[in-house]
Design a protein around this ligand. Structure first.
Ligand code: HPA
Length: 268
């Protein structure tokens, strides 16, 4: 809590108050450049903010305006597989909440498991499986921030899923829906693991997001999640998986993804 406040105080002059927080995943960070009157604050200038070393993650907190809303957008995130603790992984989300954000839009690149999904699809996350083996809510908590036992029965706001679907329809494409499974990584899954995930009810799989959603729900934020299906999951895909493919697909759907986020902000 103290660390978050120290970070918040150090950027308050540059950031101002925000209403909406965003985390932009692998290859999706360029969306922040659409924000108006934007200020980019490098993570390295924010006390306690973990810096991601993954390519495709720029490492700036961009604060700007869209549709009369003040938005803070993280260009890239820290991951458990980089050796970050669960608390470090969600530091940025807690920071954006301390700036006033009441809504969080999380985005990621994910492998498609469901036969309904194809690379290049965008999927509204309707629920999640936290399979990281840990939680961002372990350890002492500050009762002023939120409850010890957090209700996760509607973690992804159904009204935001509907709103995003309407925006997609108006843009001329169908927003898929599904359950996102978040794993530790950093290896991609084996085909056997993907079959297991399918039997558990996962539609898409990735290595992020789930801890951020736990932190956001703990803080009482409304959450929307958008996955960019960057590849078919292992065993479903014909060949090997690669980060280059993930970034390539994210680049291909960029204009659609950005239009969806803009429309979602306008609808809020
Ligand atoms: N598995 C896990 N994480 C991912 C994948 C995947 O297939 N694609 C993008 N991130």
């Amino acid at each position: 809590m103290e660390a978050v406040h120290e970070a918040q105080r150090s950027i308050a002059d540059r950031a101002g108050a925000v209403e909406v927080a965003m985390v932009l995943g692998s290859g999706l960070g360029d969306y922040a450049n659409r924000l108006e009157e934007a200020v980019a604050i490098p993570y390295a200038e924010i006390p306690h903010m973990p810096v991601s070393g993954v390519s495709g993650h720029a490492g700036n907190l961009v604060v700007g305006t869209w549709a009369d809303k003040r938005v803070a957008a993280m260009q890239g995130r820290a991951h458990l597989y980089e050796g970050c603790s669960p608390h470090e992984v969600v530091f940025g989300v807690r920071l954006m909440a301390s700036l006033g954000a009441k809504t969080l839009i999380v985005t990621n690149a994910a492998g498609g498991i469901s036969s309904e999904l194809a690379p290049g699809d965008l999927m509204a996350i309707t629920d999640q499986l936290n399979l990281t083996g840990t939680s961002s809510l372990i350890g002492p908590i500050d009762g002023r921030e939120g409850e010890r036992f957090v209700d996760m029965s509607a973690a992804f706001d159904p009204a935001l899923v509907e709103a995003a679907s309407e925006v997609a329809k108006a843009l001329g494409f169908e927003l898929r829906r599904g359950v996102y499974a978040g794993l530790l990584g950093p290896a991609y899954e084996t085909p056997a693991e993907v079959r297991m995930l399918a039997s558990l009810g996962a539609d898409a799989v990735g290595m992020s997001t789930v801890l951020e959603v736990l932190a956001a729900r703990h803080l009482g934020l409304r959450v929307a999640g958008i996955s960019c299906i960057s590849n078919l999951a292992a065993g479903i895909a014909k060949g090997p998986l690669s980060h280059a493919e993930v970034k390539e697909t994210a680049g291909r759907v960029r204009s659609r993804f950005e239009a969806l986020l803009s429309g979602l902000l306008e609808s809020m």
